[in-house]
Design a protein. Structure first.
Length: 289
């Protein structure tokens, strides 16, 4: 058993690659634990291998499903969700940075209390995490028939320095529009309460649209989650009069200003993405025709 583990370690050292080990018996436990990904098969020799592994399967033929279907979906979803959440945090940080510099390095936070808690826990949590059910292609037309889909994952195009830089620049752009755009349009209200309400409402709507932009295939649960998040935020605006001036947010001028900020911050990004996908479509879009 130790020789199997030594072989795995040597492969990792000399190839500098990630390894996967598959076994079905107790003598495979050390090999499974030495590999980056351990897969145990429940067989006649018992469950020692499956209990010590990262993944447990009943048949050896299930390895293809594990790698080519579930593994691919897991990588794509993790890449999208992680970058979306990072962007969600960066845009707030950039808004605060721009706000501090613009107002002579004021030491107060633009968003406090229920704004910061609701932003992460109530308004935008569900649209991000519901992406775990998103899929770009069906299982019948997946990598079993089109290996090119899996080849894109090997190249690491879904999550790399380039994609991280794009999301970072998007955060800077949208944060600048939210604050500088409001100043340029002379729509910043005089009171602190209205300033928070205007910029934060635009921020929430922009993030909801950003989450909608990365969806590959709309499903009922994804659609309902976005509508529910929108309704939750509107409800909080009504039941929290201490944070929102009902008289101000009930005016047409408030919602017109929010629409202008959201339009300038999101529509150009959406148009650029559509053009890019048209000129340089990924493999899964080619399958859709």
């Amino acid at each position: 058993p130790t020789q199997k583990a030594d072989v795995v370690r040597m492969i990792k050292i000399f190839t500098q690659k990630q390894t996967a080990a598959i076994g079905d018996g107790g003598n495979d436990v050390s090999m499974i634990q030495a590999a980056d990904v351990g897969i145990g098969i429940v067989g006649k020799e018992g469950k020692q291998a499956s209990l010590a592994a990262d993944f447990s399967i009943n048949r050896f033929c299930d390895v293809a499903d594990l790698f080519l279907w579930h593994g691919r979906n897991s990588y794509n979803r993790s890449a999208v969700i992680s970058q979306l959440i990072i962007h969600r945090g960066m845009i707030v940080a950039f808004i605060q940075c721009i706000y501090t510099i613009s107002y002579f390095f004021i030491g107060t936070s633009l968003y406090t209390g229920v704004f910061t808690i609701g932003y992460s826990c109530y308004y935008l949590a569900f649209p991000a995490f519901v992406l775990v059910v998103d899929q770009d292609v069906s299982k019948q037309a997946a990598v079993f028939l089109y290996p090119e889909l899996y080849q894109e994952l090997v190249k690491g195009r879904a999550l790399n320095y380039k994609t991280f830089l794009i999301w970072s620049l998007l955060s800077v752009y949208q944060a600048s529009i939210i604050l500088f755009g409001a100043v340029f349009l002379h729509v910043i209200p005089s009171t602190w309460l209205n300033l928070e309400a205007l910029t934060f409402t635009a921020l929430v709507f922009i993030e909801l649209l950003n989450a909608a932009t990365v969806v590959c295939k709309w499903q009922y649960i994804i659609l309902m989650t976005h509508f529910a998040s929108f309704a939750i935020y509107i409800g909080f605006m009504i039941i929290l009069p201490g944070y929102y001036d009902i008289t101000y947010i009930s005016t047409i001028g408030f919602w017109l200003r929010v629409f202008v900020l959201v339009f300038i911050a999101w529509v150009p990004v959406w148009v650029i993405k559509k053009i890019y996908l048209r000129v340089n479509p990924p493999s899964y879009r080619k399958l859709r025709g």
